[in-house]
Design a binder for this molecule. Sequence first.
Ligand code: SDX
Length: 438
Amino acid sequence: MTANAVLTLPDGQTVALPVVVGSEGEKAIDISRLRYRTGHITVDDAYENTGSCRSAITFIDGDRGVLRYRGYPIEEVAKRSTFIEAAQLLIWGELPTTEQRMRFSDLLTDNSALPEDFRRHFSGFPPHAHPMSILSAMINCLQAYDLPGQVIDDEEELERVAASLISKVRTIASAAYKSSISEPIMYPRYDMKYTENFLHMMFSRPYRDYVPSPEATRALDLFLMLHADHEQNCSTSTVRMVASGQANLYASAAAGVCALWGRLHGGANQAVLEMLTAIQTSDVSIHDYVTKVKDRRSKVRLMGFGHRVYKNFDPRALILKKAADDLLDQMHVADPRLELARQLEAVALADDYFIERRLYPNVDFYSGIILTALGIPVEMFTVLFAIGRMPGWIANWAEIHRDPESRIYRPRQVYVGQTERPWLLQSQRGGSSEPDPV
Ligand code: SDX
């Protein structure tokens, strides 16, 4: 029996609204019939209190710092899985059997190379082009080379297109980087697994192979796994919006890349490292910097801190903080910015400004330290986030396309502009008295 919330309007009209309870006990008021029954809509700037969908992919409890992929705690996934296995879990809902894992691995390998004439597009971008602009353009361009993939009617076709996108996004990213440093674009190797192959394409040269260490490969695989999905964040909601109109998977993923680019979202990992570097190379003390952050007039934020959902530690940040420690130890690399990040975290977590606002380190606070240790340039950080998030975008796209009841997303608005008014002739508008255009 569904319980109801009762809404009483100023005119005394009351309406019963069903309360929906999720599998983890979250409660939501279903307002899908509100406008039809009362003529009212709701308004919720930035969707802070609005659930856009019912989804079974990822669960977050922001108050308790809980994150689960299809019911598996992120700590277990990080310890026991790989990025590609996590991708299959997110997209198809279960941990893959050996046969499923082998089949998907073969599809990734078979779909890792870019069409030969596709590669010439990279030379069309100026060297200073941001790789996120290249990535979104090239993902959209991929669909022109995969016309059958523009219509996905069954799981077999979804598996092929998913493998193509997950595999090629890595090849495109490395090609964008190589083009930006005027080095030859490297071909993927068919004897390498996903993450190792990406590092090969990023850092090998035709005359000299780069062989990543197992520690470096594992650290990057962990980074990608932790970024794989995060319920209805800005970029995933964008993918769902585009998918709801029945745009194809390539177009939806390209839209996700553009949304992720924002510095408040996926662009934050680049902004964190730039912040740490700026503090490190300036004579500004940590306390002075934090004081500036707390002064709202400065408009300076502590990048990598705060989250719309987590009002506790982001579990991914805790895992990445330890991974950064371990990787630098294993590589015998010292990065003073890691120590600086630790000090910033300690100062912020003891400061009432951050405590009152429940601001904690998020996934971006330590991730850049790992990427820097791997030799990934800061301009590529958000691209790495996009590579990691691709399985989550695909899983959300598929969740919409598997749902026969799915409808196009089309929010309403509260109009606050001009009410109806008479047309103004040119002569009535002020300025020079030009004749009217028609
Ligand atoms: C990601 O949604 C997801 O799941 C995203 C993500 C994913 O995996 O997809 O987790 C990835 O995007 C992580 C977030 C990365 N962004 C940053 O690190 C940028 C810095 N953080 C913020 O700008 C901010 O915390 C947001 C954007 C993450 C969240 O913003 P909200 O929820 O809109 O919060 P808000 O801006 O309304 O802030 C509430 C208060 C304000 O102060 P008051 O008006 O109450 O005085 O907290 C303050 C803010 O000024 N505040 C900060 C702050 N974040 C919030 N003050 C200083 N530094 C910060 N980082």
